[in-house]
Design a binder for this molecule. Structure first.
Ligand SMILES: Nc1ncnc2c1ncn2[C@@H]1O[C@H](COP(=O)(O)OP(=O)(O)O)[C@@H](O)[C@H]1O
Ligand SMILES: [Mg+2]
Length: 232
């Protein structure tokens, strides 16, 4: 279907810890359409990160089916999955995951180096996306020279620079104070208004409410999936 970005059907994930089995996901089904803005909420240990890793093709489910646009993820080779991950998915993590010794430009342009984009175009796209996230005057700063909110903006710019089909963020505001976190969510909302599909994990209900739809997980199951009321 043209309008569908992600289809998850009855996903399960069992981790084996020696003798013990951990049922991290117990049959999770949902669809994400293009240009949705979704929060995935739930207490610690409810399976949020596991689900994000699976829909981000970083990990495979134990059972169930997953489609990214028209690609059947189970049937794809590891090479094809790596391609999909690089070309279609932009990841943002709580801990920013930036290279400490590299400038904002160098951090953001890395995915374009992997993608084989030539230097001149790389610089143009990198500067444009850094400007888009409000860091035009910080492009030569290293992470230690930036605030937490600015570091997360660099990470978001890095996720966006390849023009991915969707953005997955795992607790992107978890390391930030409330006001800074709200600004980061505002940035995601703007990117969504500009046509981007965004899925944000959080355990903060106020953060979750800023998305257009919230999915709630508990013990590896979806217990709630509905649109949020628009607050004007
Ligand atoms: N790599 C792993 N090996 C074993 N157990 C794991 C692993 N990752 C997560 N788990 C377990 O799976 C469950 C879900 O974890 P996770 O997806 O990280 O939840 P959340 O992100 O909601 O806190 C938890 O019980 C956690 O301890
Ligand atoms: Mg987690």
């Amino acid at each position: 279907m043209m309008n569908t970005m992600i289809v998850a059907k009855e996903l399960t994930k069992i981790y084996h810890m020696g003798e013990e089995k951990v049922h991290a996901l117990r049959g999770v089904s949902f669809e994400v359409k293009k240009n949705e803005f979704i929060s995935i909420m739930g207490p610690s240990g409810s399976g949020k990160s596991t689900l994000l890793h699976i829909i981000g093709c970083l990990d495979k489910p134990t059972s169930g089916e997953l489609f990214i646009e028209d690609l059947n993820v189970q049937k794809a080779t590891d090479n094809r999955l790596a391609e999909v991950r690089n070309a279609k998915i932009g990841f943002v993590f709580q801990s920013f995951n930036l290279m400490a010794k590299a400038t904002a430009i160098e951090n953001v342009e890395l995915p374009l180096i992997y993608a084989g984009v030539r230097k001149r175009e790389r610089r143009e796209r990198t500067l444009a996306v850094l400007e888009r996230v409000g860091l035009a005057d910080r492009v030569n700063h290293r992470p230690t020279e930036l605030s937490g909110g600015q570091r997360q903006r660099v990470a978001i710019a890095r996720a966006m620079v390849t023009d991915p089909a969707f953005i997955l963020a795992d607790e992107p505001t978890g390391a930030l104070d409330t006001a800074t976190g709200a600004l980061i969510m505002e940035l995601f909302a703007e990117l969504n208004d500009e046509g981007n599909t965004v899925v944000v994990i959080t355990h903060d209900p106020d953060i979750a409410a800023q998305a257009k739809r919230s999915i709630r997980l508990l013990d590896g199951e979806i217990i709630h999936d509905a649109g949020n009321e628009v607050v004007v």
